[in-house]
Design a protein around this ligand. Sequence first.
Ligand code: FE2
Length: 362
Amino acid sequence: MPQDTFPIRRIDHIRFYVGNARQSAFFYRHLLGFSVTQFHGLETGLKHEVDYLVEQDKIRFLFSAPVRPGHPIAEQLAIHGDHVQDIAFEVDDVDWAFNTAVQRGATPAREPYTLSDENGDVRIASIKIYGDTLHTFINRDNFKGHFLPRFVDRMEPGIPAGLIEVDHCVGNVELGAMNKWVRWYEEVLGFNQLISFDDKDISTEYTALMSKVMSGGDGRVKFPINEPAEGKKKSQIDEFLEFFGGPGVQHIALRTEDIVATVTELRRRGLQFLRVPKTYYDDLPARVGAIDEDIEKLQDLGVLVDRDDEGYLLQIFSKPITDRPTLFFEIIERKGARSFGKGNFKALFEAIEREQEIRGTL
Ligand code: FE2
């Protein structure tokens, strides 16, 4: 293993800019099983925006919305719609992380600053990545509170759906920009490239894309980066770039240790998933060999399976969770496999194309 030149403890939280944070919190609580745990807004002295923190096991999402016209968040929302704005890392030393990243070529978004209340201090700084997306560095070693100073508890427990942690987070960038961001993650954050897929791996009759998977924080943080490739019609990446208004986060994969139970429950609650044709399951035993799960059950739910040298994985993809065909979720269970489901790409992209056809964007 190459030496880790940029220590990252973990993904601290993912911040979304949304038009209505109260409704987003409700959606993630009742549909995906998150608990609403912290709040900061008008009632707690924040005069221009509102923040809701939701949590499930190790996953933390922060929803931020403007409460007055002219707020910078409102301008971002006008361009992108509801979106992932920031993937925040917990680090040992925020000043070191920020200064080192900037020395290595990162564009600063916000210089290191301190937030304080009676529970102590939290140090924070941010750098820019693709599009309007940020990586924030955060350290709360000198803070006894739960999340950030001046946030107050909000006890609205959800019924967990078995989602444990963020497995990976995928960015879509413009044609020709993938290698630039691969180099950026290597040079600035000391990430390594795990895998690459080219258009021979990821192509259907109509569309193609390229993807490289970057990994950092001693393997705890995995970021695939996609770019469109030449195809007969508009690829799902082109569709994303058009509707998002540039590069941004395309999907977040959430790990479960029981995908059958998780997806059964999420379907019951109304989360909509992509469907692959029944024929996908005909050659599944031949392709992946023996697995613990009942294939009929997987077929009922639409769960996909892929195998690599180390084991297998089960995965399923939601339909977009916003009005725009931009952000979606993946639910993934890993049984030894550390890859990303290459054997499913074709079936999956054909399923996405059927949705694109309906949207008239293929
Ligand atoms: Fe994924």
